[in-house]
Design a protein around this ligand. Structure first.
Ligand code: ADP
Ligand code: ZN
Length: 525
């Protein structure tokens, strides 16, 4: 492979020092830079904050000609270019927001060889007129930032990214470096094939974010759980992700009424409003953003102290990206997810409507991995990193499972109480009603059904709602109860329940984890 012409006196080390003021490369940077200098395609997978930009900025400064950086977000482009210019580097950007006259000026300088890095939006780079310009330039490198946007399966899919492979066809001798913070295997392979990377050098960095503490909390009354949590946060910045716009609006409103400094963000709001919220959050004028996944790329706020998932995300990849917005400054941060096992069924039904079969399968598989993660009782970080093929031998010590290991107890009697309650109520009722019966609640519905006269009425009043809900969910999980979704999710006893009712074996259940994130809070204060 040819080594591209470089400016002789420069070395990666000297550029690092001279232009960026750093003395040592971080893991992966030097190898990626050398691949670019050698004219080889490469794929760099590093978590956010891992230092991806230098991987193409250093070669851009060393190689003769101009490096074209494709970046999907105008705001990111502007920030990066402003920063480079402040360091005395000849960088510019063009996108459809730049005025015609200014663009002409930039093109003039480009043709004079005065620009080392040109940032371009993906839709722009493929315009006929722009391609024609590129033909007349000496090109050193294509850098494709946020390269996971080519992946159909990802949450950030952008149609323009798919067409970027045309660059390879038009300019086969210009090396391409693709960069992303998404590490999932399917996406990796997708990037390589979609961008037509030729035998690329691949660098995968560690995706561990040791300062983030992962917690999954069982979802009971999520709004009160949330309020209780936020009260412990005392004005810290955070993001709350919800699965629908309606829920976002509803929760943002409830939080505001509750005296919290919160704002909503979703794709149903107009651009101006969204920009306003994002800026206010960046300036700490808004403490909490309640958002859908639309609140994503381009949030570079270093001091986000918590990311809370009100609903289960659709993939581990999304979960990792979203939780990854916490603790960019390296200080302790929290990722909390509220989990109701019933949501698994709800999300699964949603996938059934996807008509493209392959897409449906991929989405389902990804969601299955997410559901397994949520239900697992093993170190959260081990599962997460394993998913990204980064095998961890030791549990992390900084997740709810490590800090507060699940305890099991002989639940035979507890289960018998719950199961007989379902039986006495003739297997015609759902979770909430059975919990009420167990706790001896005085509701109109129970009186109407004469259920306050049942022998099992109130046999569980020594325990909380949450406790019984958790027990009933586990009984479903263990196959002792089944939910009949065709009949309003009524609970029915399964064959296996009989043996437990007869006391034929000992049933162990996990002790219900009520308020998981607070239990160990002082342990690590
Ligand atoms: P990414 O694009 O992977 O999210 P950036 O390229 O924005 O990350 O880099 C994150 C931060 O780390 C930036 O402030 C950058 O200047 C800094 N950084 C990158 N490489 C080095 C290095 N070798 N030494 C010191 N700081 C670095
Ligand atoms: Zn752990």
């Amino acid at each position: 492979m040819d080594t591209l012409a470089t400016q002789q006196s420069l070395t990666p080390q000297s550029v690092l020092k001279e232009f960026f003021g750093y003395t040592t490369f971080r893991a992966g940077q030097q190898d990626a830079i050398e691949a670019c200098l050698a004219g080889r395609d490469s794929l760099v997978l590093l978590p956010t904050g891992g230092g991806k930009s230098l991987c193409y900025q250093v070669p851009a400064l060393m190689l003769q000609g101009v490096t074209i950086v494709v970046s999907p977000l105008i705001s990111l482009m502007q920030d990066q270019v402003a920063q480079l210019q402040a360091q005395g580097i000849a960088a510019e950007f063009v996108n459809n927001s730049v005025e015609w006259q200014q663009q002409q000026h930039i093109y003039q300088r480009l043709h004079n060889g005065e620009i080392k890095m040109l940032y371009v939006a993906p839709e722009k780079v493929l315009q006929r007129e722009f391609i024609d310009r590129l033909r007349n330039l000496s090109l050193s490198l294509f850098a494709i930032d946020e390269a996971h946007c080519v992946s159909h399966w990802g949450h950030d899919f952008r149609p323009h990214y798919c067409r970027l492979s045309e660059l390879k066809q038009l300019f086969p001798h210009v090396p391409t470096i693709a960069l992303t913070a998404t590490a999932d295997m399917a996406t990796r392979n997708d990037i390589i094939s979609q961008l037509n990377l030729n035998d690329p050098f691949v660098h995968t960095g560690s995706f561990d974010r040791p300062n983030i503490r992962y917690t999954i909390e069982e979802k009971f009354k999520p709004l009160s759980q949330l309020m209780r949590y936020l009260k412990t946060q005392k004005g810290q910045s955070g993001i709350i992700y919800c699965s629908s716009r309606r829920r976002v609006d509803e929760i943002a409103e409830k939080l505001s009424e509750g005296g919290f400094n919160a704002a909503a963000y979703h794709a149903g709001m107009d651009n101006e409003q969204r920009q306003f919220v994002q800026n206010a959050f960046a300036r700490d004028d808004v403490q909490i953003v309640v958002a859908t996944v639309a609140f994503g790329m381009g949030i570079n706020k270093p001091n986000v102290r918590f990311v809370l998932h009100y609903d289960i995300p659709k993939s581990i990849e999304s979960y990792y990206q979203e939780t990854g917005r916490a603790g960019r400054d390296g200080l302790a941060a929290e990722a909390i997810m509220y989990f109701d096992p019933a949501d698994i069924g709800r999300v699964r039904r949603f996938f059934e409507d996807i008509t493209d079969e392959q897409r449906r399968k991929v989405e389902q598989q990804r969601f299955n991995a997410m559901a397994n993660f949520a239900e697992a009782q093993t170190c959260r970080r081990q599962i997460l990193l394993n998913y990204f093929s980064e095998y961890q031998r030791e549990p992390c010590g900084n997740c709810d499972i490590c800090l507060n290991p699940p305890k099991h107890f002989d639940a035979t009697i507890v289960a018998q109480k719950a199961l007989s309650c379902v039986y006495r109520a003739e297997q015609r009722f759902g979770l909430g009603y059975i919990v009420d019966l167990l706790r001896g609640a005085n509701t109109a519905r129970i009186r109407d059904n004469q259920h306050h006269n049942l022998s099992t009425y109130g046999i569980g009043k020594d325990q909380s709602n949450e406790y019984w809900l958790s027990v009933l969910r586990q009984l479903i999980h263990h196959g002792l109860l089944a939910q009949d979704i065709t009949q309003g999710a009524t609970l029915k006893l399964t064959e296996a329940a009989r043996a437990v009712l007869k006391g034929e074996y000992t049933l162990n259940l996990a002790e219900p984890r009520l308020q998981a994130s607070h239990v160990y809070q002082d342990k690590l204060a």
